[in-house]
Write a protein that binds this ligand. Sequence first.
Ligand code: ZN
Length: 406
Amino acid sequence: MTGGQIGNVDLVKQLNSAAVYRLIDQQGPISRIKISELSHLAPASVTKITRQLLEHNLIQEVAHQASTGGRRAISLTTQVTQFHSIAVRVGRDYIQLSLHDLSGEILSKSESAIQYSDQEQLIRQLIDKIKLFKASNELIAHNLIAIGVVLPGLVNPDEGEVHYMPHTKIDHLPLGQILSEQFNIGCFVGNDIRAMALAEHYFGATKDSLDSVLISVHRGTGAGIMADGHVFLGSNRNVGEIGHIQVDPLGEQCQCGNFGCLETIAANPAILKGVQARLARGYDSTLADEANITIPIICKHALMGDDLATQSIVRVGVQLGKAIAIVINLFNPQKIVIAGDITQAKEVLFPAIQRNVNSQSLTAFHKDLPIVSSDLEQFPTMGAFAMIKRAMLNGVLLQKLMDSTH
Ligand SMILES: [Zn+2]
């Protein structure tokens, strides 16, 4: 989000409005009195803020019979259905777009191929795809409040600036600003894995935890760390590159230049390469009958007891478990979430992870620590939507909507 300095008075206004909206979103239906109690804002302030939220149709009043009988009490809930946003996930060679209302509900989606090797190509295709998607959803496009974009790489989410993407020439790309100006709307840009950790916290597996770590195994391997309900970011805005923890000093060279990184073993391309190499050497496996070997296919054969498929997944589990043990010792999270196609062989993968976690992290830290699979595997754009949701809850986008005239 492009900022600019915001005055103190405006900032206080934004934070107070956000505090009220957040309570209505998370605890609604809720009365004004209860909001005042929980937010420590004066009843008059709550009345004023809720009036403004009502004027912009961001919340609504619902009447219900008070439990004590007598007159009907008025409570507040958020309005979600008429506010739409576009969530975009940019992959190495594909792009996924979805249209959401403010509850997160997916109203429409699309996926197509893209090809880019520098930022000009990326920007051009991103703009074209969003335009096309907007046009195909013409009826709802006039209610558009924001665009969220997630991509693999290093991003400053406050500025919406992309600093690095694998295999792509990037030079301080102000993607948030470019898309904001192009579509005349707020645009939020973030790293795909960090955003997914946020999405799990809002809508998925870690709703019940403030401290959690999402480990994502796709083309690469990375982590998104949630600390006290917020995405944990260092001062240079990026942490969680567990894919480049060295797990095998004599291992293969990684795209980062080092040798034996976790990603050279526990990422989809490495798993596929390993299986194919062993099949080529004549390893006896039911996978030899498959025309097209993919991660879900390997998982299927592992679950049916095939030795090559099973050992391939166990090997990933062992190395993932070692890296996860380090993460557990560092952050002592309340929950670990594993995302990626490989979780389709959960019954084979998770015991291998657990064994290594048990032997290599502190007992007090892993004793009651659930390791679960992602709830949002089928909703890959949810991370991008989570960034929009966050901007509503922290007041950045909410204030924009309250300042607008329509
Ligand atoms: Zn590496």
